[in-house]
Design a protein around this ligand. Structure first.
Ligand code: COA
Length: 168
């Protein structure tokens, strides 16, 4: 059985992430969505909230996948789960340097593990969780960028806070 991992912060999950998930599913028998619970960035949602939003978004799309947490090295987590491939999305050239650096480091630590980069649909190329939060916090419509479950939570989280956008 081919097991794949799609790791990220998902703060929150967007339609761009879900697009990558659907593409990844074509390539493995089992896909684990791994939420990083130790992030360098200050997150708006707790790891439990982020995982909950992923589960709700998957259910909005009638997908039933494992959502898990990790706070170790990604390669150690992948080994523990018996995964042979890590999926990452590449939206634009600007993602490339960071992703390339991480992929090479991961390859050095775990030569047996493959990293696969997938490009999202072009309608999601410009999307990021921070941008979605900024639009939501300023009262903008985010229904083209996130599932109804995430939209609802964003609106209640930012209700009455339209003057202060989240920190990047
Ligand atoms: N659609 C929309 N947005 C996307 C996207 C897509 N397909 N793919 C990435 N993004 C956005 C995210 O929304 C996020 O936006 P933000 O910065 O505005 O919040 C940004 O791109 C990066 O997010 P993500 O894909 O979640 O990556 P990350 O940098 O947050 O996560 C880890 C990186 C967690 C996978 C990485 O740090 C890691 O592996 N950590 C574990 C520790 C480790 O092993 N470190 C050594 C690595 S060599």
């Amino acid at each position: 059985m081919k097991i794949g991992i799609y790791p990220g912060t998902f703060d929150p999950i967007t339609l761009g992430h879900l697009d990558i998930i659907q593409r990844s599913l074509k390539l493995v028998d089992r896909l684990i969505i791994a939420v990083s619970s130790r992030t360098n960035k200050e997150s708006t949602f707790s790891a439990a909230e982020r995982a909950d939003l992923i589960r709700k978004s998957l259910s909005d799309l009638n997908l039933d996948l494992e959502v898990d947490f990790f706070d170790s090295l990604l390669v150690d987590y992948a080994r523990k789960k018996g995964a042979m491939v890590i999926f990452r999305g590449l939206r634009a050239v600007s993602d490339f340097e960071y992703e390339f650096q991480m992929a090479l480091m991961n390859k050095k630590m775990a030569p047996d593990l493959e990293e696969v980069f997938l490009t999202p649909d072009q309608s999601y190329i410009y999307l990021s969780s921070s941008l979605v939060k900024e639009v939501a916090s300023l009262g903008g419509n985010v229904s083209d960028f996130v599932t109804p479950s995430v939209e609802k939570v964003l609106h209640s989280r930012f209700a009455g806070k339209s003057a202060s956008a989240p920190k990047h």
